[in-house]
Design a protein around this ligand. Structure first.
Ligand SMILES: Cc1cc2nc3c(=O)[nH]c(=O)nc-3n(C[C@H](O)[C@H](O)[C@H](O)COP(=O)(O)OP(=O)(O)OC[C@H]3O[C@@H](n4cnc5c(N)ncnc54)[C@H](O)[C@@H]3O)c2cc1C
Length: 320
């Protein structure tokens, strides 16, 4: 029996360690081997690092999402994993993984569930716990068929253990290829210069209450001394004040920082879904009844305009 974590990027992003941690734990519970399937284009250093987490690192051509369409990766994975169907297949929480996972489960005759915050072996299968109703409740699903295909929130899965003896690094035959149903016309990459929002330890996030794009410059001045990343509510992104890649929430990124500073945002259930794993939420809002205050550790009922620059000055003073 085997548990397989899947990486569809040639560079292992930091958060993939959470995907590996989930795989290690399940494999131990199932007394199964733990394998990682990753693109053959992965640099040597990354191969070495990943092999220290598992029994076998399997490398295959055609799995890098930057070169391949989701259909092509899906065809490849179906073929490669179909040769010896694993009990559990685990993906991270990327848009590509979400597109591929349910279709892979169907093609391999298994079950699928997403957004897992924890995984465990249960009487009849694999149980998946995830948050529902904007974090107000948790649902536990039991995936009874094999393979159980899941995508997880890597940041809450902990870090993979480095094993004393590294696993084998094996090449596996390339999977089936397909004529893509869609063609990549243009690629546009937004470089923030910092860490990915999903991996950020501190995030300063702005909402519609900021009133325009200009105050985000002040949020940046507050974020910089803390080496924080910037984010926003969907309202602020839809208004064109900041790029859509900054959006946190149900239809945006799921983040898990130590500190999430929510400035001039109401705390809609859709936004809260993206920050359910934040360890500390601090909010600044003029409305004492704003829902965000029910979820934060510290709250300041005040106009952001009165607070942000002072907070930055005090912070710089403290950090001196
Ligand atoms: C299917 C679906 C998916 C969605 N997905 C997401 C998602 O992924 N992420 C997301 O964020 N939203 C999402 N939304 C939108 C969501 O419902 C809200 O509309 C959005 O989160 C509101 O953004 P906001 O808090 O910035 O704005 P608002 O709700 O308008 O809140 C603005 C807040 O600013 C405060 N404020 C005003 N002036 C000031 C000031 N001077 N100083 C301090 N505070 C001030 C106000 O009191 C208010 O609380 C989704 C909606 C749907 C239907």
């Amino acid at each position: 029996m085997r548990v397989v974590s899947i990486l569809i990027e040639s560079e292992p992003v930091q958060s993939f360690r959470g995907v590996c941690a989930a795989g290690q734990r399940l494999a131990a519970e199932l007394k199964a081997s733990f394998e990682i399937l990753a693109p053959a284009s992965m640099p040597d250093e990354s191969q070495k690092e990943l092999s220290s987490f598992c029994d076998s690192l399997l490398l295959a051509e055609g799995l890098d999402r930057l070169d391949q369409s989701p259909e092509a990766i899906l065809a490849s994975l179906t073929d490669i994993l179909g040769r010896d169907v694993p009990r559990v297949i685990i993906f991270g929480n990327s848009v590509h993984a979400q597109e591929i996972a349910p279709r892979l489960a169907f093609r391999l005759g298994g079950n699928c569930a997403g957004d897992a915050q924890s995984l465990a072996v249960s009487t009849n299968g694999i149980s998946v716990t995830r948050s529902v109703y904007g974090g107000k409740a948790s649902a536990v699903l039991e995936l009874q068929k094999a393979p159980a295909v899941v995508w997880v929130r890597p940041a809450v899965m902990g870090n993979a253990d480095v094993r004393s003896a590294s696993g084998k690094i094996l090449s596996v035959a390339k999977g089936d290829s397909v004529e893509p149903a869609s063609t990549l016309v243009e690629r546009h990459s937004e470089s923030s210069g910092g860490v990915r929002l999903e991996d950020a330890r501190v995030i300063v996030s702005g909402g519609r209450g900021l009133g325009s794009a200009a105050p985000f410059e002040r949020l940046k001045a507050l974020a910089d001394p803390m080496e924080a990343e910037l984010a926003a509510s969907r309202a602020a992104c839809d208004l064109g004040w900041v790029p859509h890649s900054w959006q946190v929430g149900q239809t945006g990124k799921k983040v898990a920082p130590d500190l999430y500073l929510a400035i001039a945002m109401s705390g809609s259930s859709q936004h809260l879904m993206g920050i359910a794993d934040a360890k500390n939420i601090v909010a600044i809002n003029t409305d004492p009844d704003a829902p965000i205050f029910k979820h934060c550790r510290f709250g300041i009922v005040e106009d952001y305009d009165m607070v942000v620059d002072r907070l930055r000055d005090r912070l710089i003073e403290k950090l001196k």
